[in-house]
Design a protein around this ligand. Structure first.
Ligand SMILES: [Zn+2]
Length: 156
């Protein structure tokens, strides 16, 4: 009884040590693991599993919200009409060859505004590292000439 308690305690300590030893690529070391809220989880439904896996790895290291995943064609038409999107070839739309959306939009959490590029960049950096580690090729709207910082998609 006592022995099992002690070994439990030790394994918890070891887990903590492992977290601390994990290099976070210049970000402050955190013991905290973040996790997706209901809204983010819902917005990941219908998104390609490879992108979801990277997002799940990223959320353990940095807090953000998935504000959109799959987008229906009517909404995309509206967005283009309103000038908020410039293409009907959006990766948010269900891709006919596999039935998944290949893009998500995120905001950093806490959200300090759209002009807080640094917070977007931190999340993008973590996504980039986790994608490389997992062998998933991503494209970031933040790298486009027409900047779309919240946007992350699987490479075409
Ligand atoms: Zn997007």
């Amino acid at each position: 009884m006592i022995l099992s308690k002690i070994s439990q305690k030790n394994s918890k300590k070891e887990q903590k040590k492992k977290l601390k030893a994990d290099p976070l690529g210049g970000l402050p070391l955190e013991d905290t693991m973040y996790y997706f809220g209901r809204e983010s989880r819902r917005n990941l439904e219908g998104v390609h599993p490879e992108l979801v896996i990277v997002a799940e790895a990223a959320i353990k290291r940095i807090d953000f919200k998935v504000i959109e995943g799959i987008r229906h064609i009517d909404r995309q038409r509206e967005l283009v009409k309103e000038g908020k999107s410039w293409t009907m070839d959006s990766m948010h739309l269900v891709q006919p060859h596999d039935g998944y959306a290949h893009a998500i939009d995120f905001i950093p959490h806490p959200f300090k505004g759209w002009e807080d590029i640094l917070s977007f960049a931190h999340v993008i950096m973590v996504f980039g590292e986790e994608a490389a580690r997992l062998g998933v090729r991503l494209e970031f709207g933040g790298n486009w000439s027409k900047k779309d910082y919240p946007h992350i998609q699987l490479s075409r």
